[in-house]
Structures are given as C-alpha cells and as structure tokens.
Design a binder for this molecule. Structure first.
Ligand code: ADP
Length: 249
C-alpha cells in the first residue's frame, strides 16, 4: 500500500497546439509505489498528458517535478536516466530475435553502448542472467528461446514490458497496456502489472475500466483537457460529472 510520499507532481500543466488547449492547468500528484490511472473520454488529453510527463512534449505552461527535480525542460533520455521510463510500442521488439536476445539488447543499451555494438552478437557476461531475471518477472522464462515474432500478442506485450524493465525504472508509464488484447491476455498483463508494481510506481493510460478498477490505487479522470475528478474507483465512478462525461462522449 503506497504511503504519503510523492514521486511526481505536475502543476498547472498546460499544452496548447496552435491556440487549441489540449491540456489545461492540470495538477497531478503521484504517490510513490502507487498504481495511478489516467482515464477519460476520447480527446480528454490523456495522450498529451502522457507525452508531457515523459517529456516527448514540452508544456506551454506548468512544471513537472520528479523525485524533487524539476524535469519540465528535460529530454526523454534525461528523464529515463532519472528512472522515469515509458513503455515502448511493441514495434520496439526485434521480431527476428528471441525473447532472451531482446531483453539482453535492452540491457546492453543501458550501458550506453553504441548501436553497432548492441546489435552485434557479442554477449557480455552477466547480461543473460539479468535478462532471465526480467523474463521470469514477466512470466516468459520458459519461452526465452522463442523468436519474438512467434510469441502471441499478449506475450509480445509482456516482452515489451521486460525490455522496459531493463532500464530499471522507478516509475513506469504505460500507454494503454491492454489495447488489442483478448480477455485471457488482459488478465495475464494485469497480473504482470501488479507484480512489477511491487517496487515501482506505475502511471497508466487505460481504457479498460475493469482493469483500472482492479489495479489502481488512484484514478485521475480527465475531460476536455482538465481534471474532472480524482480518487479511488468507488469514488470517481460515483461522481455524476464523470458519469456524464462518459455518457456524453
Ligand atoms: P486522449 O488521449 O484523451 O484521447 P489527446 O491527448 O490525444 O486525448 O488529445 C486531446 C486533444 O488535443 C484532442 O482534441 C486532439 O485533437 C488535440 N491534439 C492532440 N495532439 C495534437 C497536436 N499535435 N496538434 C493539435 N491538436 C492536438
């Protein structure tokens, strides 16, 4: 159960695109060790918020503090070094390499090795052991020798999360981790997120409300660029303006 300590705060976060305000004075406070969900109808500003927090966008106004450091103008690479890491798309998994090779490469990248080097076949002692720990964490250890292209969609998602864990995140941002998954995979990935959240903070944008309900310690509901409601699922789901925003969407 997360305590009162806060790992990330965003204050007055605002993003304008040519006069259109996609994110409007959003305040967020993410507690250390929590699973925090960002939800809301289409166009609410979730993706924009996500991109602001991972520094793929720089806000027009506002401030983002991570672990006491102002990261408002930092690059994605800077914040990744501070251990604020976003999930990559499945396309970042090399389809022709095995699950183990994919995680090993992700680990080798964290050493700052050059592209040529990390794509080479050279195997650094110790990396496979660490890669296997991460594969075990996402439930893929038995499949370490399987070519990524031959993994099911849900297992590719798990592999993608393992390559993200290779960056040793303290806070992990997941963009719609359940997107495109069948019910069985949804349950598998939900359990995986719960497991990886044990030593980490998780912020996820997610449309699957039953997953959000079962996983989240705190939910922020966005609508039209602003915060509509915040709290646990029981609280926000009873909020009349939340119900209205979803029905009206
Ligand atoms: P959500 O992820 O909640 O569906 P988005 O953050 O993708 O919402 O978008 C919020 C609003 O901002 C939408 O109206 C969208 O059209 C607009 N928007 C997002 N990105 C841009 C952009 N690069 N240029 C102009 N408008 C954008």
């Amino acid at each position: 159960v997360p305590g009162d300590e806060v790992i990330l705060t965003a204050s007055d976060l605002t993003m304008e695109f040519k006069g259109f305000v996609a994110v409007n004075k959003v305040n967020l406070s993410i507690r250390t060790g929590s699973i925090h969900a960002l939800i809301g109808p289409n166009g609410a500003g979730k993706t924009t918020c996500f991109n602001l927090l991972t520094k793929f966008l720089t806000p027009t106004h506002g401030k983002i503090i991570f672990k006491g450091k102002d990261i408002t103008t930092k690059s994605p690479a800077d914040v990744a070094r501070l251990k604020l890491v976003r999930s990559f798309q499945i396309s970042s998994v090399f389809p022709n390499l095995t699950a183990l090779e994919n995680v090993r490469i992700a680990l080798q990248r964290t050493r700052g090795d050059s592209f040529d080097f990390w794509r080479s076949q050279k195997i650094i002692a110790g990396f496979d052991d660490r890669a296997r720990v991460l594969l075990a964490e996402v439930g893929l250890l038995q499949l370490e020798g399987v070519i990524a292209a031959d993994l099911s969609y849900g297992r590719k998602r798990a592999l993608e999360i393992a390559t993200t864990l290779a960056l040793d995140p303290e806070m992990l941002l997941l963009d719609e981790p359940m997107a495109g998954l069948g019910q069985e995979d949804v349950e598998r990935i939900a359990a995986l997120i719960k497991r990886v959240s044990v030593n980490r903070t998780i912020l996820m944008v997610e449309h699957n409300l039953s997953v959000v309900a079962s996983l989240s310690d705190c939910i922020t509901v966005l609508a039209r660029g602003g915060v509509l409601a915040e709290g646990d699922y029981a609280t926000v789901s009873k909020n009349p303006s939340v119900v209205e925003a979803y029905i009206g969407a």
